[in-house]
Design a protein around this ligand. Structure first.
Ligand SMILES: [Zn+2]
Length: 249
């Protein structure tokens, strides 16, 4: 029997397992990403039923056996069940959980990722800001926290100063008029750059006061999702929920 663990955590993935069990993946505050079995959690009468649901946040107690973890108990702080009544908020939350699952390493999660994830879910759950705004905020902060923020102060190809006309995920950021002509990417205008600057200086609790129009939100989140996928070197299954694009595979 190994040592147990106690930590604040949020469920970012669940898979049914056996007749009544669940395997859950959690982003924990203290141990990075953890996978754990929750025995009997599919039974509505189980004391772990709510604790095994996607987005549940609480103080989880884990036991370790043969190098694997199981959940012994959970003092729930917040279930974020309100997300289920708003399609846009719910799909944004699913994308956030998916992105965190792919980005977070076991035992090696940058500080700030747990708070970012829970804060974003909280704003979506309470509806104090639009799902599009929360998504842009989450992506902007995630790239910063992970240390993979795109180059936006100089051209990502030739290093020249602004103005920029394109944003290229594969080249790692903004492109000057000359490089933009040769290297493609999406149109980068002052509205997108301005939105990024605003997001960088706004706390999660103040997102409701941000005024970023729907078209800019859509273009910005679309660009940052493609950039994140490029950094991860893998597609995110839930990306089409938030970009509205149909993708194969
Ligand atoms: Zn250039």
């Amino acid at each position: 029997m190994g040592a147990g663990r106690d930590t604040l955590a949020v469920v970012i993935r669940t898979v049914d397992f056996n007749d009544n069990d669940k395997m859950v993946t959690l982003l924990t505050r203290d141990y990075g990403r953890m996978s754990a079995k929750m025995r009997g959690a599919k039974k509505p009468a189980s004391k772990l039923f709510s604790a095994a649901s996607l987005f549940c946040c609480g103080d989880y107690t884990f036991f370790e056996k043969d190098g694997r973890f199981g959940v012994k108990g959970c003092a729930i702080r917040r279930t974020f069940f309100g997300l289920q009544s708003d399609y846009d908020a719910y799909t944004a939350a699913c994308f956030i959980a998916d992105a965190v699952d792919k980005v977070a390493q076991e035992d090696d999660v940058p500080s700030g990722l747990f708070a970012l994830t829970v804060n974003a879910l909280f704003v979506l759950d309470t509806g104090t800001a639009s799902a599009g705004t929360v998504l842009c905020y989450f992506l902007q902060r995630l790239l910063y926290i992970e240390g993979v923020y795109p180059s936006l102060s100089e051209c990502a190809v030739c290093g020249s100063a602004p103005p920029f006309v394109r944003f290229s995920a594969s080249h790692g950021g903004a492109l000057c008029p000359s490089c933009g002509r040769d290297h493609g990417g999406i149109v980068l205008d002052e509205a997108l750059l301005c939105a990024l600057r605003l997001l960088a200086h706004t706390a999660a609790k103040d997102l409701g006061s941000l005024d970023i129009n729907a078209d800019v939100q859509k273009r910005l989140s679309g660009a940052l999702v493609v950039y994140l996928e490029h950094v991860l070197q893998r597609p995110l299954k839930t990306a089409r929920f938030v970009t509205g694009e149909k993708r194969s595979g």
